[in-house]
Design a protein around this ligand. Structure first.
Ligand code: PEP
Ligand code: MN
Length: 297
């Protein structure tokens, strides 16, 4: 009996200590939070400014595969109104036997295609040691869903002068996502765009579940621009257009869409890639909704 009382007293004391030493702040991401009535940030990737009212479309293949492929993609998406080219050279793949990208060669091919077609690019970085060598070649760094919790990477990106497109981990809460952005901002780099790319939910009828409400919550609570990626969220080309329309209609800052000149030949995420004609139809849909909301690409 005495033992139990002592145990309870000890537990109570520990609880009190916890209250004393670990006060829960009202927001623990002060740098990226949006103060009451405060302005939203603008983030420029090349000429594409996120957060100023324009709707920014980021498009391109899942992975850079060859000079010809990335150049055809760059030409097609820029002609159809995309403002930023995407394409992975360092690919985080679920299976180590899948195509993991062309690495440094891929970054160089992408930089060359962007220069030729006059469009800025974003590509994923997974290793902090590669930031310095990639920075002169890319307009922005992408942090993929799997690396949202890679805190050394986030901290290192805080010291670059390149914008960071930060995807939400598919198992991450909204708070964890904003805290990941806070890691980058703490290093001095506040050029951050948030990208919701689908979270794990029940069934596998869609690849993930696009959390539109979560994206809007992040847009209201943080000062950062927020875009969504319906390609990875659904894995299904026919759902991408309607979800892009939804993103416009609810006032988000843009979308990221996978487009490949020959989807059937895509070495990764072939099933979800749009061909240029399908992408043209998606852009037409986006433009229609934009016109009623009095916004532009
Ligand atoms: C990607 O955009 O290339 C990608 C790998 O997406 P995610 O990190 O969202 O899975
Ligand atoms: Mn992909």
């Amino acid at each position: 009996m005495v033992g139990a009382v002592q145990f309870l007293q000890k537990k109570l004391k520990m609880g009190q200590r916890a209250i004393e030493y670990l006060p829960e702040p009202s927001v623990d991401y002060p740098l990226v939070a949006r103060p009451e009535g405060g302005h939203r940030s603008r983030v420029a990737i090349g000429d594409a400014v996120f957060g100023d009212g324009r709707f920014i479309v980021v498009a391109g293949p899942c992975a850079v595969e060859s000079a010809e492929q990335i150049d055809r993609a760059a030409r097609a998406v820029s002609a159809l109104g995309a403002a930023v080219l995407r394409g992975g050279a360092y690919k985080p793949r679920t299976s180590p036997y899948s195509f993991r990208g062309l690495g440094r060669d891929g970054v160089e091919l992408m930089a060359e295609a962007c220069r030729r077609r006059g469009i800025p690019c974003v590509t994923e970085v997974m290793d902090p040691r590669l930031i310095d060598e990639m920075a002169p070649l890319v307009d922005a760094f992408q942090v993929g869903a799997r690396n949202m919790h890679n805190y050394d990477l986030l901290e290192a990106l805080g010291h670059t002068d390149r914008p960071v497109l930060l995807k939400r981990g598919f198992g991450a809460t909204l708070r964890e996502w904003l805290l990941a952005a806070e890691y980058v901002a703490r290093g001095g780099n506040d050029q951050i765009v948030l990208c919701e790319r689908g979270i794990r939910a029940f069934g596998d009828e869609t690849r993930f579940t696009l959390d539109v409400a979560g994206a809007l919550w992040a847009q209201q609570r943080s000062r950062l621009p927020v875009i969504v990626d319906p390609s990875h969220a659904t894995g299904q080309p026919e759902l991408i257009g309607p979800l892009c329309a939804a993103a416009v209609a609810c006032g988000l800052d843009g979308v990221m869409v996978e487009v490949h000149p020959e989807p059937a030949e895509s070495r990764s995420d072939a099933d979800q890639a749009l061909d240029p004609a399908q992408f043209e139809a998606v852009m037409a849909r986006i433009t229609t909704i934009l016109s009623v909301t009095e916004r532009t690409l």
